[in-house]
Design a protein around this ligand. Structure first.
Ligand SMILES: C[S@@+](CC[C@H](N)C(=O)[O-])C[C@H]1O[C@@H](n2cnc3c(N)ncnc32)[C@H](O)[C@@H]1O
Length: 240
């Protein structure tokens, strides 16, 4: 599929351009992450007392803002750091230095790993950052990260973790599902399909529809939106 490239807005000093550009495409409207993430975090805190998330390709830390403060994605363009009322700990992983700095300054993430784990070996000091992780999450990211990143992160974990990711419906993620098969006894692929954003242009839309005609196009309903689905692997299914 010929997917639009948004690299130019991933590494600004603020998320304004990112939010403005993607708002025009209805990105995360409604937000497919919010309710799922908040439920997992609140349930996790009830069971464990404390909760730690690693957000892969976290960008400006929007998922951290949701998890820690219940700040909705569309209100994430803020300038004053959050200092109180965080309910969990979040570690972000990304390659965009400025986005990570913003997320960290705002306290949307508590710590970060700034490495391209598709190409680089994870630094040995990262084990400490990943200690006692409960959940690995990733949204809007599977065009950029693969099982290579997952393998490196998982190699440093000392706990069984939940994994939740939202790949684009119809994209090939066999590397990731093989990875999950290797590490979990089972995982759940949602029947629900969520709109991620509108297509950037007709070329992107046609290219996606061409790809999807091989599978059930009718399942996605609105062909004006690029759809994602959810994959959830639960910690109790983790292979020890
Ligand atoms: C579409 S944004 C997703 C941001 C956020 N997770 C969201 O849901 O809005 C894609 C992110 O992937 C990051 N990225 C690209 N290549 C990466 C890599 N190799 N490792 C980690 N992050 C990467 C970009 O810097 C960008 O922040």
């Amino acid at each position: 599929m010929k997917k639009m490239n948004f690299n130019h807005i991933y590494n600004d000093f603020t998320p304004d351009a990112y939010l403005n550009c993607l708002r025009e495409l209805d990105y995360r409207e409604p937000d497919f992450v919010h309710d799922c993430l908040r439920k997992i975090v609140l349930d996790g805190i009830s069971s464990h007392g404390e909760y730690k998330i690693v957000d892969l390709a976290c960008g400006y830390g929007f998922n951290g803002a949701i998890a820690k403060y219940d700040l909705p994605y569309e209100r994430c363009s803020v300038r004053t750091p959050f200092v109180n009322n965080s309910i969990c700990h979040v570690v972000g992983v990304d390659i965009a230095t400025n986005a990570l700095k913003y997320a960290h300054y705002m306290n949307f993430i508590d710590d970060y790993i700034e490495q391209n784990l598709e190409k680089e070996i994870i630094n040995s000091c990262c084990s400490e950052k990943l200690e006692n992780t409960n959940l690995i999450i990733s949204s809007g990211s599977f065009s950029y990260i693969t099982e290579k990143t997952l393998e490196q992160i998982f190699s440093k974990l000392n706990t069984c973790v939940d994994f939740v990711g939202w790949p684009i419906y119809g994209s090939n993620i066999s590397g990731i599902t093989d990875f999950l098969d290797k590490n979990y006894n089972s995982y759940v692929v949602s029947d629900d399909i969520y709109p991620m954003r509108s297509f950037f242009n007709e070329e992107e839309q046609n290219s996606y529809i061409d790809n999807l005609t091989k599978i059930q196009l009718s399942k996605i309903g609105d062909t004006k939106k690029l759809p994602v689905y959810k994959i959830h692997a639960k910690a109790f299914e983790f292979k020890l």
